[in-house]
Design a protein around this ligand. Structure first.
Ligand SMILES: [Zn+2]
Length: 398
């Protein structure tokens, strides 16, 4: 038996599935990853990790917003013939989107689905479970490996917070990374889109909506004018202008107190994305201008205008790592070793790999069978999840 084949068989299927089902049952929305982290620590300990290898960083203190825990970091010393090789990083995020609240996983044929009308949380519990499976198979089978770091991040879904706030020193300065946060294990993500978050606070003037609406300045009207202006210019939703591509979305509109009161405050939040740094800036500036112009169009009977504060923040920069870089070469050959057909792709969503790559750890993102994330149709393909576990074990030990 070749060593590759030997390693591939080192995955204990029932253990791998047990990790996944247990983690899918635990709620862990962004900022509330404490219970997921505790379960992961318990399972890593049972797999043979020494307590001294496992720690939390204090990323949660830097993120603020009452985050329960920081990133979970596990550092495993090298062993055997590979122990002097440079350190490798494996990562996956622990948090799930709010649609996963109350999810109950259920095996249905060759899939795991959510029982009720919730998302499942395969994004990204497949990664957490797969990484625990990798650690377990390495330690139980005493496989030769370079020094390895496993990073379980917090707050990925709401702006890649954990990976932005991780200290490379805490990771032991790995030379490259493998992130897990995708679907089919044959697809290696080598780049991803960049994104901005923005928020517009519109202040108008309150007045009785029946008696003196003309004295009021409606923040609702200003918001509607601004949003429809963006749409008329072609910058709402899917954007294709002069060969430039991107997306934008208005995610929340909140404000107002009563129907008989002209609305004096509305808060609108949204996001913009593009693979091009400069076009990303353009999309966000279209929103900024639209809100500023809309304010000028709405006046009350005294000629007064409202105001708007528009705040935009770069969530993550677009990135692409070289096809000849070590993680890409290794990912391709590992996929082939498992009989797969490697494809290199660019993702339309932000990933922890954006931050890690930007910070000098070129990171490729692989899949472990999660599909339709952030929808109630989310599911995990069990066979692909197991293939993902094998692929990662191979990448950690070859
Ligand atoms: Zn994800």
């Amino acid at each position: 038996m070749s060593t590759t084949k030997f390693k591939i068989q080192m995955i204990e299927k029932s253990r791998a599935l047990d990790h996944l089902l247990a983690l899918l049952k635990i709620e862990g929305l962004s900022g509330q990853e404490g219970k997921v982290a505790a379960e992961a620590r318990k399972r890593l300990g049972a797999a043979g990790c020494k307590a001294a290898w496992i720690k939390h960083d204090n990323a949660h203190k830097r993120i603020g917003q009452d985050y329960e825990v920081g990133n979970l970091i596990v550092k495993i010393p090298g062993k055997g013939s590979l122990r002097t090789q440079p350190r490798r990083l494996f990562s996956g995020h622990m948090d799930t989107v709010p649609l996963c609240r109350g999810a109950i996983p259920e095996v249905s044929g060759d899939r795991i689905i959510a029982k009720g009308a919730t998302a499942l949380g395969g994004d990204n519990k497949t990664a957490v479970a797969a990484l625990i499976t990798v650690v377990e198979s390495i330690l139980i089978n005493n496989l030769p490996r370079p020094p390895l770091t496993f990073l379980f991040t917090v707050g990925e879904e709401v702006g890649l917070h954990g990976s932005r706030n991780v200290d490379l020193k805490d990771l032991g300065h790995p030379t490259f990374g493998i992130n897990v946060d995708s679907s089919h294990p044959d697809y290696a993500i080598i780049g991803a889109i960049g994104g901005d978050h923005w928020e517009a606070n519109i202040h108008g003037r309150s007045a009785h909506a029946g008696v003196h609406p003309d004295q009021g300045i409606s923040a609702t009207l200003i918001a509607s004018l601004a949003i429809s202006d963006v749409a008329k210019q072609g910058y709402f939703g899917k954007i294709m202008i002069d060969g430039h591509h991107g997306t934008s979305n208005v995610g929340t509109i909140t404000g107002g107190e009563a129907t008989n009161q002209v609305t004096d405050h509305v808060r609108v939040t949204g996001e913009c994305r593009s693979h091009s740094r400069s076009f990303l800036r353009t999309i966000t500036s279209v929103y900024r201008r639209a809100f500023n112009n809309a304010v000028k169009q709405v006046r009350n009977n005294r000629g007064e205008r409202g105001s708007v504060e528009f705040l935009a923040k770069r969530g993550y920069d677009p990135f692409k790592i070289s096809e000849r870089s070590e993680p890409v070469r290794r990912a391709k050959s590992a996929i082939k070793a498992l009989g797969g057909d490697p494809h290199l792709v660019i993702a339309d969503g932000g990933l922890d790999a954006n931050n890690l790559s930007a910070r000098g750890v070129p990171t490729v993102t692989l899949g472990a069978g999660q599909y339709n994330p952030h929808t109630i149709d989310e599911y995990v393909n069990i066979e692909e999840y197991l293939t993902g576990c094998r692929l990662l074990t191979l990448l950690a030990t070859s």
